[in-house]
Design a protein around this ligand. Structure first.
Ligand code: C2E
Ligand code: MG
Ligand code: MG
Length: 691
């Protein structure tokens, strides 16, 4: 849609101008540039653009998401908003999604991406408008039909309905049926409905073909009824734009359909889905996995020596035990996961979307398996008896339907047999290499846990120097005194500590230890001026009581807050929203300093840097490494120093490994240095004298 009129909302003027140029080149008209949220709202109302291109991170009190929300609330004039963002953090996107944006563009972007996202958004708004156009004549015909008729768009939002549909789902004739189609079925049916619609959308061969499913419908008051839903897509240029659904209430035709459904799909003893419903779900899970590229995991579970319970204590006791195991299984898994009973003492757990990589998926599946072993293994007190029952589990991780459903089940069965052979009450992955990797991972996690309990950690300190080669402080670097492998540097275990959240207690320990050291130096004439830099993990910083924890560590050690410097990273500052600013201000009020670590590796937002109370930028070693061999690297380092200085910040270079690098850094006015050329990280006793 050439000549579409676009409003740009972007607080970085340079970026805004650049986008404006690109839009003009693409043939659009730019109706204005807004820099703040409030301004964007006013200009939208006044200039009536065809589309708003909105940066999510805006200076001022209102960010792009809040502005988009207000713009959306104006129903008189529906203006599509396309978000621009430097950050694809899930929580930001989740917030943004609520405002029903017409697209996202991730910075940095190419002109081609810009063009296609905008065209798509403009197209969507036109198509929506057409769908909404009332056609009284056809509405009268529709309202006289006995079947319910609904149209809904590809996001599932109901666009129009006839009178019968409203009646069927328990709405009054005057009510707008303004929910998503998913609200028309009970929660447990939603994955199936979604899979069905996806199938119609992506796999339906020709237009006009309708697909029918018998599912369970849900009325407004929550009551359910058997529902036959036939759906066909309305498409333009091969793309599905909307769906038409014909809904038929089957309850008058099928007396007791609910019970029939229950009998057909659920196990009567445990009320869990039965094999048939499981196979249906599994088929859908394979299709979904093929589409979204996410792995799933299938866990097959068999109770150990279950027959003995039946033969010694009777079938009633066996039944009670099965019910109890079913209850525990359900309590362990997420709502989106499926637990089913295949028959006898055999259960399955189906985990969907457990990761993009096989190994990550396996690690997640292992976490669930470990919980199952723990929970099911606890003694059961049933009807006056205490029973100990353990499961054996076989696990397969799958992507798409490469192997086919039956093969997957066989593989899970084989893995379960292996677990039985290995002595029961344990698990095996079908893939032996994967099993070893998962076990090794588990071993590393428990090693780390044990190390924490036994306090097998220590701090090393790496000196920092000013331009005159005078010591100005140290960075505390965590080390693991491993019983077999010796002293391990942080790179070897920090990621694992983050993944397992053990970084929280560990990070607190580091803070306390560093503060104690700092207090110890306060009476030492030379060291009393040193600053102590402590690395902070994103998880730590995100805790509500982070600032209080820092202050508590300082207070109990009796250390001077002014000497403590927290090293934060760009990612955590960009993702945290207003909380970040609050915490940093609180720290600053208490005289604790903050530095930005690994600077230059993230997507630096200049406007953010300007507003945050920082005292230091730490230039990432990647810029230092090639300084003496690459002129570009020198230019970048120079730009970083200049940027830091323009914001009134000290710039320290990290990872300085030789004199050539130091000299070049000094020549571009870098303020301070840290690196193996000056000093290796060492235990406190090995720091330069005086002690
Ligand atoms: P970082 O904060 O950027 O720390 C600098 C890392 O570079 C340290 O590795 C240090 O030993 C290494 N290094 C220093 N000078 C040189 C040099 O000249 N050449 C080279 N090649 N490397 C040098 P380390 O101790 O393995 O720490 C790695 C990362 O782990 C740190 O990066 C930091 O992000 C994190 N870390 C370390 N200690 C802690 C901690 O107590 N808490 C948290 N959350 N993270 C920590
Ligand atoms: Mg650091
Ligand atoms: Mg660093």
């Amino acid at each position: 849609m050439k000549n579409a009129r676009i409003l740009i909302v972007e607080d970085e003027t340079i970026v805004a101008r650049d986008i404006q140029m690109q839009l003009l080149e693409l043939g659009y008209e730019v109706v204005g540039l807004a820099t703040r949220g409030e301004e964007a709202i006013a200009m939208t109302a006044q200039a009536k653009p065809d589309l708003v291109l909105m940066d999510i991170q805006l200076a001022g009190t209102m960010d792009g998401i809040a502005a988009a929300d207000t713009i959306r609330a104006n129903t008189q004039q529906r203006v599509p908003v396309v978000f621009l963002t430097a950050y694809d953090a899930d929580d930001v996107l989740a917030r943004a999604k609520v405002t029903e944006p017409f697209g996202y563009i991730l910075k940095p972007f190419s002109s081609r991406v810009l063009h296609s996202v905008l065209e798509m958004a403009l197209y969507k708004i036109q198509a929506e408008a057409r769908l909404r156009e009332p056609n009284l004549y056809s509405q009268a015909i529709l309202d006289n039909m006995a079947d319910g008729v609904l149209t809904f768009d590809t996001t599932g939002a109901v666009v129009s309905t006839n009178a019968a549909a409203k009646r069927m789902f328990g709405f009054q004739p005057g009510d707008a049926l303004d929910c998503g189609v998913s609200a028309l079925v009970p929660p447990y049916m939603r994955p199936q409905l979604k899979a069905f619609l996806d199938q119609v959308q992506h796999r339906s061969p020709s237009l006009g073909t309708s697909h029918t499913r018998e599912i369970v419908g849900q009325r407004k008051d929550g009551s359910v009824f058997p529902l036959s839903l036939s759906v066909s897509k309305m498409a333009q240029q091969g793309q599905a734009r909307a769906f038409v659904g014909i809904a038929r209430d089957l309850s008058p035709a099928q007396q007791g359909a609910e019970e029939i459904h229950q009998l057909a799909f659920f196990d009567s003893l445990t009320q869990l889905p039965n094999r048939r419903l499981f196979l249906d779900h599994m088929q859908q899970a394979l299709l979904t996995s093929a589409r979204n590229g996410q792995y799933g995991a299938l866990i097959l579970l068999n109770l150990d020596h279950f027959k003995r319970v039946n033969s010694t204590l009777g079938y009633d006791m066996g039944d009670l035990l099965l019910k109890e195991m079913a209850r525990r299984l359900k309590a362990i898994v997420n709502e989106s996961d499926l637990v089913a009973r295949l028959g006898g003492d055999e259960f399955v757990v189906l985990l969907s979307a457990v990761g993009q990589h096989a190994q990550a998926a396996a690690t997640q599946a292992e976490a669930t398996v470990t919980k199952i072993l723990q929970e099911l293994g606890k003694p059961c007190s049933l009807d006056g008896h205490i029973l100990n029952c353990t499961p054996s589990l076989g696990v397969v991780v799958f992507l798409a339907n490469k192997q086919g459903l039956q093969q997957l089940l066989k593989n899970a069965e084989l893995a379960m047999r292996k677990a039985k052979e290995a002595g029961r009450s344990t698990f095996r992955f079908f893939d032996a290499a994967m099993h070893s990797a998962v076990v090794a991972h588990r071993q590393r996690v428990s090693d780390l846990q044990r190390a924490l309990e036994q306090q097998d950690f220590l701090l090393h300190y790496q000196m920092q120097y000013d331009q005159n080669a005078q010591p100005i402080g140290v960075e505390a670097l965590l080390r693991w005194q491993h019983p077999l492998r010796g002293i391990l540097p942080a790179v070897e275990f920090i990621a694992l500590a983050e993944e397992t959240r053990l970084i929280l207690p560990l990070g607190q320990w580091v803070l306390e230890k560093a503060c104690t050291q700092l207090a110890g130096w306060s009476s030492n004439p030379i060291r009393s001026n040193w600053s102590m830099a402590v690395n902070i993990s994103p998880l730590q910083f995100a805790q509500d009581d982070f600032v209080a924890n820092v202050m508590a560590a300082l207070a109990s050690a009796g250390a001077n807050p002014q000497r403590l410097r927290l090293e934060l990273t760009e990612g955590m500052l960009l993702q945290g929203g207003v909380e970040v600013m609050k915490k940093m201000r609180a720290l600053r009020e208490q005289n604790v300093q903050c530095a930005l670590d690994d600077f230059g590796t993230g997507y630096s937002s200049l406007s953010l840097l300007k507003t945050l109370p920082l005292v230091q930028l730490k230039m990432d070693p990647s810029f230092v490494r090639d300084l003496h061999t690459n002129a570009n690297a020198l230019a970048i380092a120079q730009a970083i120093v200049a940027l830091g200085h323009s914001l009134g910040l000290q710039v320290i270079a990290e990872g300085v490994e030789n004199a050539a690098q130091r000299d070049l850094l000094a020549s571009i006015q870098c303020d301070a240095f840290q690196g193996n050329h000056f000093a290796l990280p060492v235990a406190v006793g090995e720091l330069p004298l005086p002690q």
